[in-house]
Ligand binder design. Structure first.
Ligand code: BTN
Length: 328
């Protein structure tokens, strides 16, 4: 019996008896019980009630290419391949491998579950099963590292556009690449590059969006966060969100590869969560204080220091927080 069979049955959030599940999959009740245990390992919380059977804590919509496709709009021609995996270590690793396999720009991977999802600055990215969006996209650039300046900021704008289309208001961006809702993190971006710093290179654009974070896994998140379910107060179709994200991200990548960050500067600035705020910026071995003054045409942060000097800060392993906040 495959885990898919039981997942497809239980996805509706209703009770299904052990014998019903057994019949649908042609296995014994003991085998059904083993599969239920596997669902727990994936981070789902199946409930078992005597006389009624098993059900999930809430309905889930599994990722389905047929349900993603209608949301792609004009970007369908920019998507050479969409891989949907039930489980992987990190979708960024999958795309790293596809770079070596000579896959084309636009190749996208989504996973239901990541066993080693990673965030920026060595953090883990909490990735429970069928709860959120974990997505990575491959894009090739010919102009070397310089052509990538501001890319993560442009991707932030693409995510905001996608989420706005799904009905989410009051979104902001925190330099260099967090999507916030009223100060709480809703989505994160992890770019990884390989290739020639001066010539052809390939970028993995990894995106995580909190859709409906189970309480149990939420305890592992060490910064203020929010999910779409909390913001909208109802279940959200992950297929719709995935389709909108793919569409806006691919269109953005296409546009960025032609004209770089300059096209996105105005939009990013309008979403800047920290503009004119007193901030603390930490890099390896250095902490700077100043007033955030937006970003320049390359996407570098402009930090006005106490003596009035303006310093341009490029992205990388940097952490930024408002002086009034406790966490970054
Ligand atoms: C951040 O720290 O804000 C970046 C989070 C990036 C998470 C995504 S989920 C899909 C992709 N795979 C990963 O392992 N990380 C990125």
């Amino acid at each position: 019996m495959s885990i898919e069979t039981i997942l497809n049955l239980l996805a509706d959030g209703e009770f299904h008896s052990g014998s019903e599940i057994g019949e649908a999959s042609g296995v014994s009740r003991a085998a059904v019980w083993k599969q239920i245990k596997k669902l727990e390992e994936l981070g789902l919380q199946p409930e078992s009630v005597k006389g009624k059977g098993y059900r999930l804590a809430y309905p889930i919509d599994l990722l389905d290419p047929a349900k993603i496709q209608p949301h792609l709009g004009e970007a369908h021609y920019l998507l050479p391949k969409l891989e949907i995996l039930q489980q992987t270590d990190s979708t960024n690793n999958v795309i790293q491998q596809r770079i070596l396999d000579q896959a084309e720009s636009g190749h996208t991977c989504l996973a239901e579950f990541q066993t080693a999802g990673r965030g920026r600055r060595g953090r883990a990215w909490v990735s429970p099963f069928a709860s959120n969006i974990y997505m990575s996209v491959l894009w090739r650039f010919s102009g070397g590292a310089a052509a990538l300046e501001g890319l993560s900021l442009a991707i932030g704008v693409a995510i905001v556009d996608a989420l706005r289309e799904a009905g989410i208001a009051d979104l902001e961006l925190k330099w260099p690449n967090d999507v916030l809702h009223q100060g709480r993190k809703l989505a994160g971006i992890l770019l990884e590059m390989s290739g020639d710093a001066a010539g052809p290179c390939a970028v993995v654009i990894g995106i995580g969006v909190n859709v409906h974070m189970p309480k149990q896994q939420a305890a592992d998140i060490d910064q203020p966060w929010v999910d779409l379910y909390t913001l909208l107060n109802h279940q959200v179709s992950r297929n719709q969100i995935a389709g909108l994200l793919i569409r806006h991200v691919l269109v953005t990548l296409k546009q960025f590869s032609i004209s770089g960050f300059s096209n996105f500067h105005k939009q990013w600035s309008a979403l800047d969560a920290f503009y004119d705020h007193e901030v603390q910026l930490s890099t390896v071995g250095q902490t700077l204080h100043g007033i955030a003054k937006g970003v320049d045409h390359t996407g570098a942060l402009i930090l006005e220091l106490e003596d009035g000097e303006q310093k341009q800060i490029n992205g990388g392993e940097v952490s930024l927080r408002k002086v009034s906040d406790a966490a970054d």
